[in-house]
Ligand binder design. Structure first.
Ligand code: 4H7
Length: 229
């Protein structure tokens, strides 16, 4: 999977060079390129923002450098699915993450900053507008990293054996995860539930399922009897 990220703040993406995503890049399972939108401006002062037509506080990202940057990265693979991260987008869910990972081999993520981008870029270039949640951020960079991380987990061999995804929240059963414990068996006077120490796999599976169901109905009843798309 090829992922191009277009941003005015490329340094933020150093965070992708850690842990599982660093290993996935080293193993050529994902190829992440960060493009500084400012490198494409034809403005003599390298400005990439301008005032809003109609007035109002805050600056808008100017269309020319974005248009040229998007078309430049599209040329590399001949194509690419362009996603704009914005609070106005469709809410990102696990089902969408899976679909993006399986249906595309080149994603182009456009990160807006300030008050966002000129609407004509959305009209001309953007295939899909996605929000990672109902809260406001200073830029689309963190949402882009969230999307990269979530998508990468569906790319074959990105997760090692120890990290596989089968029983986790949302992935198979749409429930929240059961509580987990490791050594020691008593910590600060708190004991690990006895059923987990007995070595009875059937009992363990039953307990975990009960815990997952109880937690989900208490905390996220909206997830019960609901498809994940
Ligand atoms: C694009 C358009 C995404 C990017 C508008 C981005 C939350 C999310 C941004 C904006 C984001 C999300 C403009 C929204 C200024 C906030 C005060 C950057 N915030 N801005 N507004 N939920 N912010 O995915």
């Amino acid at each position: 999977m090829k992922i191009d990220i277009l941003t005015l703040f490329p340094e933020m993406f150093d965070a992708l060079n850690c842990s599982i995503l660093a290993r996935a890049q080293k193993n050529n399972l994902i190829d992440i390129s960060i493009t500084n939108i400012r490198d494409y401006t034809k403005n003599k002062n390298k400005r990439c923002d301008d005032y809003s037509y109609g007035g109002g506080a805050g600056m808008i990202m100017t269309p020319q450098p974005l248009y040229d940057a998007i078309n430049a990265v599209k040329k590399i693979s001949g194509d690419g699915y362009v996603i704009y991260l914005s609070p106005k987008g469709t809410l990102l869910k696990q089902g969408k993450v899976e679909k993006l990972a399986k249906e595309h081999n080149h994603l182009i993520l456009v990160c807006g900053h300030y008050e966002g981008i000129d609407e004509r870029i959305i009209e001309l270039c953007v295939d899909e507008e996605i929000s990672i949640g109902d809260y406001v951020l200073t830029g689309g960079e963190l949402p882009a990293m969230v999307l990269v991380d979530a998508v990468a987990r569906y790319i074959p061999n990105v997760l090692g054996n120890e990290e596989t995804t089968n029983e986790e929240s949302f992935s198979t059963n749409g429930l929240l995860e059961y509580p987990q414990y490791t050594r020691p068996s008593v910590f600060m006077g708190l004991e690990v539930p006895q059923v987990l120490l007995n070595g009875n796999h059937g009992e363990v599976a039953k307990w975990r399922e009960e815990q997952a169901k109880a937690l989900t109905s208490k905390r996220r009843p909206d997830l019960l009897n609901k498809d994940k798309k």
